[in-house]
Design a protein around this ligand. Structure first.
Ligand code: DGL
Length: 271
């Protein structure tokens, strides 16, 4: 019997293992879904790459997902979502649904933060692309965006510094910038940042809402699959985790991002 498209996997990608925060939220909300995760560790970090380079990487990763018959492609990276979403959507066409990590957040803001001042922290690519500002301005409900690139954070988190004192000092140093003054909410605009959500919340002493895209994006994935009648009803899914460059330290760090034991497989996409 031909398998139903609802049993096809969800393809999730990021520049590295940060997107596992989103993959984790998806697997919590949708425990029956087969997952193919691809971390482009050979090109990490995306945040400092050009738009053209990120677009080329994203298209090649989507080819892999399409070969694996993914029913939905989730761009679990803000930098890739900022640089390549429109291109990926056009490239993939009707072959799969495509969800980025920015639109669900903007939708959440539209529903909950009219006339408020919103802060954004993320990579240089995400912040300099102005994508959040364009989308927030297009909503037209009086929201104002203030943003700051915080490029050190992803590297420190990936190097295992998320629980160290030094990261609190660096977070405080970034967040005290005038660019982020008087905000009502702060978007964690990089898939690594949920790992330092507590430290960021402590800095603001509950006076600023911290917006963690991982859960918001997982809800959007569920909504899309449900709408298209593509939710998998069968239990015991297969989860595969590929990286384009393997080191033992990547594998060790996956525990920080994904509470289950994850075995990374090297997939030579660029050979
Ligand atoms: N995970 C990437 C993002 O969400 C950040 C890390 C990188 O620069 O590759 O933007």
């Amino acid at each position: 019997m031909k398998p139903s498209p609802s049993t096809y996997p969800i393809g999730i990608f990021d520049s590295g293992i940060g997107g596992l925060t989103v993959a984790h939220a998806v697997t919590q909300l949708l425990p029956n879904e087969h997952i193919v995760y691809f971390g482009d560790t050979a090109h990490l970090p995306y945040g400092d790459k050009s738009t053209a380079a990120i677009q080329a990487y994203s298209i090649k990763i989507c080819d892999l997902f399409l070969k694996q018959s993914c029913k939905l492609i989730l761009m679990a990276c803000h930098s890739a979502s900022a640089a390549a979403y429109e291109l990926v959507k056009e490239y993939v066409g009707n072959a799969a649904h495509v969800i980025n990590v920015i639109d669900p957040v903007v939708h959440h803001l539209r529903e909950n933060y009219a006339d408020k001042c919103i802060g954004l922290i993320g990579t240089r690519q995400t912040v300099n692309s102005n994508i959040y500002k364009k989308k927030i301005d297009a909503v037209g409900n009086g929201m104002e965006l203030k943003s700051l690139a915080t490029p050190l954070l992803a590297t420190l988190i990936e190097e295992g510094f998320s629980q160290k004192k030094v990261i609190k000092e660096i977070i405080a140093d970034y967040l005290k910038h005038a660019e982020l003054a008087d905000i009502d909410a702060l978007i964690l605009g990089c898939t690594h940042y949920p790992l330092v959500k507590t430290q960021i919340a402590e800095y603001y002493t509950q006076k600023v809402d911290i917006i963690d895209p991982s859960e918001i994006v997982a809800i959007a994935v569920k909504g899309c699959l449900d709408y298209h009648n593509l939710l998998n009803k069968h239990p015991n899914p297969i989860k595969k985790f590929y990286v384009s460059d393997y080191t033992a330290s990547f594998e060790a760090s996956t525990r920080l991002f994904f509470t289950e034991n994850v075995h990374l497989e090297h997939y030579p996409l660029w050979d």
